[in-house]
Design a protein around this ligand. Sequence first.
Ligand SMILES: Cc1cc2nc3c(=O)[nH]c(=O)nc-3n(C[C@H](O)[C@H](O)[C@H](O)COP(=O)(O)OP(=O)(O)OC[C@H]3O[C@@H](n4cnc5c(N)ncnc54)[C@H](O)[C@@H]3O)c2cc1C
Length: 592
Amino acid sequence: MAEYNAPLKDMKLTLNHVARMTELSQKPGFEDASADMVDAILEEAARVARDVVAPTNREGDEQGVQLKDGQVVCPESFKHVYQQYAEGGWGSLQFDPEYGGQGLPFLLSIPVMEMWHSANMSWGLCPMLSQGAVECLDLNGSDELKAKFLPQLVSGEWCGTMNLTESNAGSDLSVVRAKAEPEGDHYRISGEKIFITWGDHEMAENIIHLVLARLPDAPPGVRGISLFLVPKYLVNDDGSLGERNSANALSLEHKLGIHASPTCVMGFDNAVGYLVGEPNRGLACMFTMMNNARLSVGLQGVSISERAYQQALEYAFDRIQGPAVGKKEAGPIIRHADVRRMLMTMKTLTEAGRGIAYDACGSLDFALKADNDEAKSAEQARAALLTPIVKGWCTEVAQEVTSLGVQIHGGMGFVEETGAAQHYRDARILPIYEGTNGIQALDLVGRKTLMDKGAALSALVEEMKADIASVDPSLTAQAKALEEAVIGLDKAREQLLQGAEADQVMPGAVAYSFMMLSGYVCGGWELLRQASAAVRLAAEGDDDPYLQAKQESARFYMAQVLPRWKAFAETLNDGSQSIMALPEEQFSSAWQ
Ligand SMILES: Cc1cc2nc3c(=O)[nH]c(=O)nc-3n(C[C@H](O)[C@H](O)[C@H](O)COP(=O)(O)OP(=O)(O)OC[C@H]3O[C@@H](n4cnc5c(N)ncnc54)[C@H](O)[C@@H]3O)c2cc1C
């Protein structure tokens, strides 16, 4: 069996029946995204992911990356993979045809990206960051900058990076220190950035760094940060590459996982840079890139979960150990109830995460193509609300899924030989980068719930209730379990709004629980929608066993996984009394 096979049936069902792809392809400008075209793209991407990208995952982990004579050297096979990716036009699916893009829905790029990350997450980070850079430049760059840099970024000839973090500025970017001095039509950028993913490499001819820095007269704090485009090689007016800019990888981090993704300390020494967007509005511009990246990181959680599940499933059929209840002979471990519990937990958390991630990304396309302002803001608010849930919840559950992957392998999971440990190690970065999950939780309760007085969440709850009300009778038990959880989420929303009015520390104290509660409920909802589609398709005569399995997934999740919502809802009651909410001087005794 291949190391990775894209779960095309689940991807297509989720695209069409959860994320509304069929409806989207009727929108003006998206006519090319016909069902046949979507199928053809997904099938070819699945082939590339399976045959070209996935075989490099293990090798990349073992070889890692090196810094030689100031140049990052990545595993040899990666260059070939990147070439195939760029030549196949895989990086341009959703971008503007004016810059060489294919003008297809963003949503369509999501299962494709899921495949790259399942196949090789370390490698997939490079195209992921380039895509974020395209989006950021497209939305915020001047026409001149776009004309000069976008076509090669869209085609994949060049790559992009995101340079925010400094040694003193991680979650709190208000203290960024890198400097930008004006000089003629450009700026000179100086400073050091840390943890820069794919900050240097030789897979592409040029690297376009998007860098946060301060202008000389900038006010302190987040309102004094600007965004600059700093190319590795300067670009001449005719588009040819010019001098090497002074933007260099100074060292590489040695990490727990994603060994084949170079995480660089970057030095900018009077490097030539160009302002992107308005002065002092850099963080707002960068947020367009960060929102895209947050959804992508959530999707990475789904990807790595899928890969870990596939590997564990194969092992469970191969490994012979002990007779199962009712059998005399030793047989494969899949016969043991506890192994099935683990596999179903892995499978259903992955499918639920896929549902939430695709659904959120679909809303971005619907916002773009909305017929009126009201529909546009509703879709935007929906995507904004779901973004921290996708990032936070899908990456939290990826820890559990990849850990279960190790567990199913027994001792062979703990040794590196099988590869199960790599997924576990690789997954560990996901709750950390692109805003830690603590920050995602604060975003969900603060900007996404309290700021609009719970309106977007109420709208989502109404959608859930409507789906529950119209469910097929064969799914009544699942719908009932979900209904109770949805009511619980709605109650938590009210508690949060009331608690925040009475006590300003309460939202922070309950934020993580609120995020996890929202994730489990949204996951149940997406699985119910997937199962409803499966019931409909089966009733129409489709006898694919996958449709039966999907209904089984919904049954398992509602009975065995969804009840976790109650524990998170319960912790909301502790809210302002909990240690999280106490002033520093009162809680210090707790650590003694
Ligand atoms: C492998 C890797 C790749 C990365 N790639 C990039 C990249 O390409 N570009 C880039 O710019 N950066 C990158 N980063 C940086 C990454 O985004 C930061 O590490 C992350 O934002 C957290 O910042 P920090 O490490 O300084 O942790 P800190 O901010 O010091 O956080 C430490 C802990 O405190 C918590 N905390 C901090 N502030 C708050 C708060 N206000 N409320 C509640 N809890 C809080 C955090 O949740 C966390 O648990 C990468 C990091 C790694 C490890």
